[in-house]
Design a protein. Structure first.
Length: 273
């Protein structure tokens, strides 16, 4: 994408539709339909400052907690905890983007853990590249629907949304059409999905330790000691392409990006496409 300006890329991304499922997306007889929300996530919402907290090990000892909490919207991923890490990652959570393993696997205790209460949840699960919505609902990669329904039924004011899996492939195509290498046909990570969800709503989106700063470490997550460089540079997800793209769209100078670990992407609202 060297020949494209950041503005042009943002305009392309703006036309890449990311949708969460609404009742009207499913036929009347679908068992899932009554549990879906009537509206899509963040419909008509608008915010000033938003921040995406990557789960990167490089956040450990970053002291970015106050900076993170100063934003109107704080987006976190999966089971990334804040307790005992407030100094580095803050304590506020507005929305969590979850992959379907976190919703469905017993070990994450999705229905009982306080991590998944009183916030907006957006979960995703990959469909086959060319499969229809109903086929995916019959055969998701991890069965997230059981806990989806249970959460919507039993938890008061459950704000839980499911990403339309075709949106994941729209994002993948955006990445592929702007990459010089052939990408594996695996959907983007929760990180890039989170960015695509926030850009239409926020004046700007900051990302912390999304591009590894000088604090780069083998540690996978700030919240556990496992070492695995694939978490930062990717194996299954097209992580390298996502990160290069995000870096290209960033408006902070390199001192900010590599010393502080902060990128800033302007939201879509002010774009002149
Ligand atoms: O690790 P994960 O990712 O939960 O991280 C969330 C997002 O933070 C950014 N990240 C994370 C670690 C790191 N060193 N650098 C980073 O930039 C990435 O943007 C990442 O998307 C996922 O994306 O959903 C993922 O989930 C994990 C895992 O399922 C969950 O953590 C739950 O345990 C996946 N790992 C495995 O399945 C083993 C990971 O591939 C993708």
């Amino acid at each position: 994408f060297e020949d494209k300006s950041p503005q042009k890329l943002l305009c392309e991304l703006k036309t890449t539709n990311i949708n969460t499922l609404r009742r009207s997306d499913l036929p009347l007889e679908s068992y899932l339909r009554p549990y879906l929300p009537k509206r899509s996530v963040f419909e008509n919402k608008s915010f000033n400052s938003c921040v995406i907290v990557s789960s990167s090990g490089a956040l450990y000892n970053s002291n970015l907690g106050k900076f993170i909490d100063s934003h109107d919207v704080v987006l976190r991923f999966n089971n990334a905890v804040t307790k005992n890490f407030e100094k580095d990652v803050g304590r506020k959570t507005t929305v969590r983007v979850l992959n379907s393993q976190v919703v469905s696997k017993q070990q994450f205790q999705f229905l009982t853990s306080s991590l998944y209460r009183n916030i907006t949840i957006v979960a995703w699960d990959p469909s086959n590249y060319s499969s229809e919505l109903e086929e995916w609902i019959r055969k998701p990669e991890y069965n997230l629907f059981e806990n989806y329904i249970e959460h919507r039924k039993t938890i008061e004011k459950s704000r839980f949304y499911l990403v339309n899996p075709s949106s994941l492939w729209n994002l993948w195509r955006f990445l592929q059409s702007n990459s010089m290498n052939r990408l594996r046909r695996n959907p983007p990570s929760s990180g890039f999905l989170g960015l695509s969800l926030l850009l239409p709503l926020c004046e700007f989106v900051d990302l912390v330790e999304y591009i590894p700063s000088t604090r780069v470490t083998k540690r996978c997550h700030y919240y556990d000691a496992e070492e695995n460089v694939a978490c930062t540079f990717g194996v299954w997800h097209p992580l390298a392409a996502e990160k290069m793209m995000t870096y290209h769209m960033n408006i902070m100078n390199d001192t900010y990006v590599f010393q502080k670990g902060i990128l800033r992407i302007p939201g879509f609202k002010k774009l002149n496409c």
